[in-house]
Design a protein around this ligand. Structure first.
Ligand code: TGC
Ligand code: FAD
Length: 395
């Protein structure tokens, strides 16, 4: 069995997907992997334990090009393809789902809508500073009474001269208490969903933190409360109306999560494999017992299937052919797979598996959120159900 460093990583590439990667994919993966090893892994258990967000990482994530890897370089993005974007998310989530969330929200839910739907002035003003992490953004879609069904949103805008007046609230918003700006989705007087960039110092805007999370503890989550917030018309996205706007952003982020979850699974698998060789019971390594081998064999089988799924999805995305329903299937499958791998890895570690000597419980708890946000496990199942039957379970 490969014993150290890169050998171990190669052992995780069971079907040789690496041979399908380009040089820039490998380079991006290596540089993010190195950064995670040096800047995330040594501190993350402590931050998660204290339920504190390592905010200093926002700038560093900008330096390694983790924000908007597939957004064109002229706007500060990485100018890379969708597979590079996925691989970067995988390596970040190998460190922690909350760190991957920092990058997902900034790149896919804040930079992407500005790039895709914003005016040229909005792009010039915000994208370069978001790309470096000088500005931090958040994405407000979910409301206290409308999670899985954002079409029911109650947050609204009404016209007032050169501005709109925004009222309502958003719930469970990653980064909101520390964000400089929020992408907010609200209904206009005609009932259409509009997107806008709301700056944090706007009068009437507050962003209280949500406390008491047992999951994604190194990520900060909060509300967005709007009380007669004046939003200049120049801050509205000119090029999009309707739920398609926010859902397109979700497609982008869900794609990254499908890759990212593999990183969490690999970290759990790697730890379990190593432990199974080192830990002896009944006079021999526990990895020699058939029941432990069954767990490990099933873990790497499921990881490999997930790798092949995102590889193909990435190829389709590069051709602009990845359908939302395919992205839903990959997000659902891969996150569930990672959670199952974490649970099996926890068992292989025995009692040690519940401690923060190992990353397993942190990944497992994080993945409970990942299973729910960006569309719950069951909502993605229903999206597949709709796709294959043509019958919509939502209406
Ligand atoms: P429906 O009628 O199906 O669609 C309305 C319009 O949107 C289009 N569309 C999409 N476009 C792009 N990507 C997608 N994934 C799309 N899904 C739908 C659709 O074609 C249609 O376009 P048009 O031109 O005909 O108007 O809408 P529905 O109201 O029936 O909703 C369906 C449903 C339930 C699947 C949708 O509402 C949904 O996905 N719900 C889940 C909500 C969700 O995922 N929320 C996530 C909030 S953000 C978050 O969690 C961030 S976590 C951040 C972190 O990483 O920390
Ligand atoms: P609900 O929609 O109330 O669902 C509750 C349960 O009912 C789920 O099991 C669901 O699957 C099930 N259910 C709902 N409808 C149906 C149906 N039709 N058929 C069968 N079952 C159904 N949102 C943002 O906008 N921005 C963010 O940055 C963001 N970050 C988040 C960070 C964290 C840590 C968390 C936990 C959430 C975040 N979210 C964010 C919100 C997230 O997207 C929602 O929690 C998620 O979409 C589910 O909504 P809900 O929690 O209101 O659950």
């Amino acid at each position: 069995m490969p014993s150290t460093g890169e050998d171990r990583y190669r052992a995780h590439d069971y079907f040789g997907v690496d041979e399908l990667l380009q040089e820039d994919h490998i380079l991006a993966r290596q540089s993010v992997r190195d950064w995670v090893k040096n800047s995330v892994s040594p501190i993350i258990e402590d931050y998660a334990n204290r339920a504190e967000c390592p905010v200093h990482l926002f700038r560093e994530l900008g330096e390694i090009g983790a924000y908007g890897p597939s957004i064109p370089a002229q706007y500060g993005g990485g100018g890379m393809d969708e597979i590079a974007y996925g691989i970067i998310m995988q390596e970040l989530e190998r460190g922690d789902s909350g760190v991957r969330s920092m990058a997902s929200v900034q790149g896919s839910l804040v930079m992407y809508p500005i790039f895709r739907f914003g005016s040229e002035a909005q792009k010039q003003k915000y994208l370069p500073k978001l790309a470096t992490g000088e500005l931090i953004g958040c994405f407000g879609l979910t409301e206290p009474n409308h999670g899985s069904n954002p079409a029911g949103m109650e947050t609204y805008i009404r016209e007032d001269g050169d501005s709109y007046i925004l009222n309502g609230s958003k719930m469970w918003i990653t980064n909101s208490p520390i964000a400089d700006l929020a992408i907010v989705w609200a209904r206009d007087e005609a009932g259409k969903i509009r997107g806008m960039i709301v700056e944090k110092d706007s009068k009437g805007l507050s962003a209280p933190a949500i406390h008491g999370k047992w999951s994604l503890r190194a990520s900060i989550t909060g509300e967005l409360v709007f009380e007669d917030v004046r939003v200049p018309k120049a801050q509205i996205f000119p090029d999009i109306e309707g739920l398609k706007g926010p859902l397109s952003c979700l497609s982008k982020a869900r794609y990254g999560i499908a890759w990212g979850a593999i990183g969490a699974a690999l970290d759990c698998y790697d730890s379990a494999l190593r432990y199974s060789i080192e830990r002896e019971q009944f006079g021999r390594p526990i990895g020699g017992f058939q029941l432990i081998q069954k767990k490990l064999a099933e873990m790497i089988t499921e990881i490999t299937k997930a790798q092949l799924l995102v590889w193909r999805l990435g190829s389709l995305a590069n051709e602009g052919r990845a359908r939302p329903a395919q992205i839903s299937m990959a997000k659902r499958n891969n996150v569930h797979m990672a959670l199952e791998v974490a649970r099996e890895a926890r068992q292989i570690h025995g009692g040690m598996g519940i401690t923060n000597e190992y990353p397993i419980m942190r990944h497992m708890m994080n993945l409970e959120t990942v299973l729910t946000y960006e569309g719950t496990h069951d909502i993605h199942l229903l999206i597949t159900g709709h796709d294959v039957t043509g019958l919509n379970a939502f209406s």
